[in-house]
Design a binder for this molecule. Structure first.
Ligand SMILES: O=C(O)CCC(=O)C(=O)O
Ligand SMILES: [Fe+2]
Length: 202
């Protein structure tokens, strides 16, 4: 693995654009597309509950419970290939992950709005490992107080982006929709959540 630091003041970002070889990334996309029980998650937007513009699945160890808008989501069990991938990330990054949020963006209209992964259960300086598969999409980060500090990054299939340190405290990130014709994309964000409430609007 060759994680290259990306320069963004007040953030800690490591990027490997070819973490998985192209063939492995394509095979993994196909397996997860078929094996993951994709769901429409409900999100709170301006005080209203709406369907999120993508499909998702919360996967993790039994204790990695996700509470959200009064509902409690038990994690789905790890598909074998995802359990393997978690082990590989843990060894390479030297940190533990007990859960992964899988997202499926069906096309350019699917997106994720501005947010930080800063729920208290993630701890003050979470390590979040983001693996991308399928279509390349643009990921953007923007400083909470200084809009001049921002970064746009294309995430190709097989790439790994690691956000750590003060990244969540200082920055929001998003996966904007695009008018371009793009194929399906799967993103996996590996996390370690503690007991209690997890989840916020996004
Ligand atoms: O799809 C992406 O690259 C970002 C996903 C994300 O920010 C999240 O799952 O919290
Ligand atoms: Fe996020």
């Amino acid at each position: 693995m060759s994680l290259r630091p990306l320069p963004l003041e007040g953030a800690q970002l490591g990027f490997d654009r070819e973490w998985l070889p192209a063939g492995e990334a394509a095979a993994l996309f196909g397996e997860l597309r078929a094996a993951v029980p994709w769901e429409v998650h409900r999100i709170r937007l301006f005080g209203r509950e709406v369907d999120s513009p993508r499909l998702s699945c919360w996967i993790g160890d039994r204790e990695a419970v996700y509470r959200y808008s009064g509902a409690r989501f038990e994690p789905h069990p790890w598909p074998a290939r995802l359990a393997e991938l978690r082990g590989r990330l843990e060894r390479e990054l030297g940190t533990g992950f007990n859960s992964v949020l899988a997202n499926l963006y069906r096309g350019g209209r699917d997106s994720m709005g501005w947010h930080s992964d800063d729920e208290p259960e993630l701890g003050p300086a979470p390590v979040i490992a983001s693996v991308s598969l399928g279509a390349t999409r643009r990921f953007v980060l923007k400083h909470r107080r200084d809009p001049a500090r921002r970064l746009a990054l294309d995430l190709p299939p097989g790439s790994l982006l690691v956000m750590s340190g003060d990244t969540q405290r200082n920055y929001r990130h998003a996966l904007p929709r695009t008018a371009k014709v793009v194929g399906e994309r799967i993103n996996l964000t590996f996390r370690c959540v503690g007991p209690g409430v997890w989840g916020a609007s996004r």
